[in-house]
Write a protein that binds this ligand. Structure first.
Ligand code: AMP
Ligand code: MG
Length: 350
């Protein structure tokens, strides 16, 4: 299949091009588009055959449900059976934005979208192109991240081309996605709202708004199965082994210098993903053959998060055997960052 590419600036959607992209969605074809979190792979959420195409293109396990994207709050009525007052409060505060709410699903949502669950995940993205596309299509759009299942999520159109080029009808190139990790998934069907996946809207943001918020045990304790089906799978992984380096800046620097020395001695190609500050400590002693990607400043975790998937993919392209990544604090957006890193590393730390 020839994949059509439409280019436009993120802040200035081109309605003529979006009409064409929307016409593909209305025909049941798949179109990838930018959102403020990562690129999504869109299909008509009311058409089960379009959803099946999404699972097929991504190689996604069929029990991992899709998030339904809307552009107007009025679209929600036909998608859910009921909306608790807390949902309305949170939607008013955080939508459009990087948070997805899990609510009881209506009969209009095909079972294939929710992986057979009785609930549906819904989000209104804060991206002009995404909102305009959904509005023009006049449909709720099912859109998981537009990557091959298991790979790091795409934050640029090129990442989508690398994974799905030739397999989908089109890709809207609107530049780099800002947040860089996927939305927060918040279950509103439990007595206390429960975070099933940390993301762009943080635990602290939610607590400030509604007080008590739980975190799914499956996210913290390896003995519990995560309630968000997607969280149980290997994820966000480049082809290389990923290992998280723990400790203070000086401890991390010492560990990295020792281990990279050993790995290079064994003929391995080594990549490093670190903050500017850790790099400053390392740079004089680090062997020149180590490939270094600087994620950003340590006190700017939003910047570090925004670059994470892009740098994982960049090191993958260089065909490194192993990637050592700095450990970051797990507060605010750092919770989402470290969740993705632990998944990418399969829990491996030194
Ligand atoms: P992605 O679209 O690739 O960002 O992944 C969507 C995430 O939302 C996955 O972790 C899914 O398991 C989760 N999700 C979607 N629908 C539901 C639902 N009804 N209940 C719980 N988790 C869901
Ligand atoms: Mg995904």
């Amino acid at each position: 299949m020839q994949t059509k590419i439409w280019r436009m600036p993120a802040h200035k959607p081109d309605e003529e091009l979006l009409e064409e992209a929307a016409s593909f969605l209305k025909k049941g074809e798949l179109v990838a588009f930018p959102t403020e979190t990562v690129y999504g792979l869109g299909g008509n959420a009311l058409d089960s055959s379009a959803s099946r195409k999404i699972y097929e293109a991504k190689g996604r396990p069929s029990d991992n449900p899709l998030i339904v994207h809307i552009s107007d709050i009025n679209q929600i009525d036909e998608l859910v059976r009921s909306i608790p007052p807390v949902a309305i409060k949170l939607m008013e505060k955080f939508w459009p934005g990087p948070i997805t709410f899990v609510l009881p699903k209506s009969d209009k949502i095909p079972a294939v979208i929710t992986g057979g669950l009785d609930t549906v995940a819904i989000r209104m993205p804060a991206h002009k192109i995404a909102l305009k596309l959904i509005e023009i299509a006049g449909l709720p759009i099912a859109a998981p991240s537009a990557n091959i299942s298991g790979r790091p999520s795409p934050t640029t159109a090129q990442h989508v081309i690398d994974d799905l080029g030739g397999k989908i009808a089109g890709i809207i190139d609107g530049g780099k996605a800002g947040v860089g990790v996927e939305s927060t998934v918040l279950d509103l069907t439990t007595p206390v709202p429960t975070i099933l996946r940390p993301g762009g809207v943080t635990l602290e943001d939610l607590q400030k708004e509604i007080g008590e918020v739980h975190i799914d045990k499956g996210l913290i304790d390896a003995n519990h199965v995560p309630r968000s089906p997607g969280m149980k799978y290997t994820h966000y992984s480049p082809k290389a082994d990923v290992i998280i380096v723990k400790g203070s800046l000086t401890e991390m620097a010492e560990k990295i210098l020792t281990i990279t020395g050993e790995e290079l001695g064994q003929g391995k190609k080594v990549g490093l993903m670190v903050s500017q500050e850790l790099y400053e400590l390392l740079k004089t002693d680090l062997p020149g053959s180590v490939l270094v990607e600087i994620l950003g400043k340590k006190n700017n975790l939003a910047q570090v998060t925004s670059n994470l998937f892009m740098e994982l993919r960049a090191l993958d392209k260089e065909k490194v055997d192993v990637i050592y990544v700095e450990n970051f604090p797990e507060t605010y957006i750092g919770a989402a960052l470290m969740n993705r890193l632990y998944k990418a590393a399969g829990g491996k730390t030194i």
